[in-house]
Write a protein that binds this ligand. Structure first.
Ligand code: AHG
Ligand code: MN
Ligand code: MN
Length: 448
């Protein structure tokens, strides 16, 4: 606060000073400087008069100013909400424009990777599920739909067992031999139980043949129309080192009258009488490949959904595809001359050798990439190694439906189409030479 000294002011102007001071303290405390300056100057008598006149005027002016300010304040108060609204609008506009800028920055041209980055949209919503395919492709045959559904279910459960095999302690031998004298793995038994259980529960099967069961399983109390032969776990020697394995199946309609107990003869039929066949490959992904009616279809299991989703139709390259030969060359000393000559010729003509040792994987690759897969007869095993009903037949039907060729090569004195072989026993074997016509025909030419 500014302190004014009364003693420094001349006495002649005492009353004026008194009034000014009074005005200073009583009114708005502002005129001190200017009034002090005026007081210091030597005022003329006219000026004194003017000054005396000015005092009431100044007072009036001060009051007018006060009134004006009060009016302005009141007007201000009234205008405040609209100003706040304007400010908000401005902020909203600024934010909107920032959002637009960000959107422009983030928006980019669609790339070839989008389908992979956005699998939910691309693969999970738009893809046909195996369940949908079964419903439409069975054309109202509910029993066939039930059967195909039980096969997809068995495939999912086996796939899950294989995935957790390591930590669950499911690797290794079960300590027994199966119907064809192979060592049985724990997962062979588990997969077999799963397949039998699923097929029985479908309620539409009458006879089952499994690689792991010496005798056919004639299902008590069930008079359904279907007979199924299956290899529940193919390539099980590969299971303990986590290499791809599979399940293979073939389906026949029974010939005996429905309603009666089925017989082994209902399934001991040539492959050309199969109504459907397929395999499930438990590889880097689980894939189910089926054929019934026309064509071959591929479905891959989406583990997040637990659903098989359509991948593509499987068609072999009519020109033969990649030059690949696939066989266990460790047996070559036992091979017949045509097989030896063919494989030598492959080496001379730039073929690559590929052999997983699981039929499912080797055939799957052959169908997709091209070339030839062989497990021929040899001097030691005159029927080869692979089983007719649940390895040879289903893979032969799929190969033919995909546009390839499946032959036994020279077998029992003649070259035969695999699907024409007539099995005498449920675990019968036959030689297999299958794949692109370009390569299978070359073997047969050497054999004839
Ligand atoms: P499985 O595991 O069902 O007994 O089948 C094994 C078969 C087949 O998957 C594979 O192609 C073939 O055996 C491999 O035989 P080699 O080990 O003699 O090559
Ligand atoms: Mn097998
Ligand atoms: Mn097997």
């Amino acid at each position: 606060m500014r302190i004014l000294s009364m003693r420094s002011w001349p006495s002649t102007r005492a009353s004026t000073k008194k009034k000014v001071i009074q005005s200073y303290w009583e009114e708005d405390c502002s005129p001190v400087k200017t009034k002090k300056k005026k007081a210091k100057g030597k005022a003329s008598p006219e000026k004194k008069e003017v000054q005396a006149d000015a005092e009431p005027k100044a007072k009036a002016k001060g009051k007018a100013k006060e009134k004006k300010e009060a009016t302005e304040k009141a007007t201000d108060k009234k205008a405040e909400p609209s100003r706040q609204h304007d400010r908000k609008q401005k902020i909203v506009k600024e934010l909107e424009s920032k959002i637009q800028d960000l959107k422009k920055k983030m928006a980019k041209a669609p790339s070839e990777f989008d389908p992979y980055l956005n699998p939910d949209l691309q693969q999970r919503v738009n893809r046909e599920t195996l369940t949908q395919y079964i419903i439409t492709s069975t054309k109202g045959d509910q029993q066939l739909a039930m059967l195909m559904n039980s096969i997809q279910h068995a495939s999912k459960v086996v796939s899950n067992a294989i995935e957790k095999a390591g930590p669950a302690g499911l690797y290794g031998l079960a300590g027994q031999e199966n119907a064809t004298g192979d060592d049985v793995k724990k997962l062979d038994i588990i997969s077999n139980d799963i397949w039998i259980e699923c097929l029985q529960r479908s309620g539409v099967c009458c006879v089952l043949v499994s690689e792991e069961n010496e005798e056919p399983i004639v299902i008590e109390g069930q008079t359904g129309p279907f007979c199924v032969a299956f290899d529940p776990l193919d390539g099980s020697s590969n299971i303990d080192c986590n290499v791809s394995v599979g399940s293979i199946f073939s389906i026949y309609r029974r010939s005996s009258p429905s309603g009666a107990k089925a017989e082994v003869a209902d399934i001991l039929k040539p492959g050309k009488e199969m109504i459907a066949a397929g395999y499930t490959m438990y590889g880097a992904a689980t894939e189910l490949v089926i054929t019934y009616g026309s064509g071959v279809q591929r479905f891959a299991l989406d583990p997040a959904l637990g659903e098989f989703l359509y991948v593509a139709d499987l068609k072999m390259d009519p020109k033969g595809g990649k030059k690949i030969y696939s066989c266990n060359e460790g047996n070559s000393l036992q091979w017949d001359k045509p097989i030896v000559d063919f494989v030598e010729n492959c080496k001379d003509t730039g073929y690559a050798a590929r052999y997983v040792g699981s039929m499912v994987s080797d055939v799957h690759r052959t169908l997709l990439y091209g070339g030839i897969y062989l497990y021929p007869a040899d001097k030691k095993s005159t029927k080869g190694k692979l089983r007719v009903l649940y390895e040879g037949f289903p893979m032969a039907l799929i190969t033919e439906k995909a546009g390839g060729v499946a032959s036994t090569g020279m077998f029992k004195g003649s070259i035969q189409r695999v699907l024409d072989v007539i099995p005498e026993q449920i675990h019968d074997k036959c030689p297999i030479i299958m794949g692109a016509a370009r390569d299978v025909d070359a073997v047969l030419k050497l054999s004839g």
